[in-house]
Ligand binder design. Structure first.
Ligand SMILES: [Zn+2]
Length: 80
């Protein structure tokens, strides 16, 4: 496998892939954690709060107002 950042490299850079069985197991493990969290409706931040979760937590607290769908059909919220 190779990749090429046109603006940074003059040619292809080799990139080794992870062990497929190991990667598959890691993804399945994460997917099971997500499934369990959704079933239990326990979607709290595993780190006790982080910058990624901050905006979602603001939505849940009612601090944001739904504004519609964005360019890529993602939900857009604005601060009340
Ligand atoms: Zn978080």
């Amino acid at each position: 496998m190779s990749y090429w950042y046109l603006d940074q490299n003059k040619g292809l850079k080799d990139q080794s892939l992870p062990d497929l069985a190991e990667a598959r197991q890691k993804i399945i493990s994460i997917a099971k954690k997500i499934k369990t969290a959704r079933l239990e409706n326990n979607l709290s931040c595993p780190w006790g709060g982080c910058s990624t979760c901050k905006s979602f937590e603001a939505i849940l607290k009612g601090e944001m107002r739904y504004a519609g769908l964005g360019k890529y059909k993602s939900e857009v919220y604005v601060q009340k």
